[in-house]
Design a protein around this ligand. Sequence first.
Ligand code: SAM
Length: 194
Amino acid sequence: MSAIDRKDYCPRYSYEDSPQSISYGATISAPHMHGYALEHLENYLRPNMTALDIGSGSGYLTACMAEMVGSGGKVVGVDHIPELVDLSIDNMKKQHSDWLESGRVKFIVGDGRLGCPEEGPYDCIHVGAAAGKKPTALIEQLKAPGRLFTPVGTYSQYIMVYDKKEDGTVEEKRVMGVMYVPLTDADKQLGRDY
Ligand SMILES: C[S@@+](CC[C@H](N)C(=O)[O-])C[C@H]1O[C@@H](n2cnc3c(N)ncnc32)[C@H](O)[C@@H]1O
């Protein structure tokens, strides 16, 4: 995280340990949550690995993941708000336009609940918004071994870690209680669902 300047992705209160608005009904998550996520995914963000960041928003965490997988790796960021995908691309261009040119990072507009099977399978998947229930579509897109780190739940939410083992079996672990925005429809997030 110290290799990626958060100010490029969060111009106001850049170094506060709290979520900040990035417009379009979205926030950049607090640095301590990004830290927890990267620590849990560390062994699946080794050089040359492939990762998926769902709800990529500002692009900050995607950039941290790209730093970790190195020039031989690939990180795909997916967000359902086109303006946020444009914002994340502009943010990354401030210091790392080469990552976009080389394909080390791709930002894609899409419904993250479906994952991004066309770019997978992935060594790890991070989700930055809460799934209502166990996200089986995402687990399917993991390599074996592979790890998914995601908030799950509606009123009470937990960070869940799903580990796909080499034999294809999946183990799940409840890590901690959290409060995330939901993975939702774009119109709902933008207040257009009237
Ligand atoms: C708490 S923000 C996290 C953003 C990002 N991880 C960061 O720190 O900048 C949650 C993100 O999930 C996105 N999101 C919500 N529902 C989604 C969906 N169905 N598909 C893709 N992205 C979604 C929002 O647009 C928002 O950018």
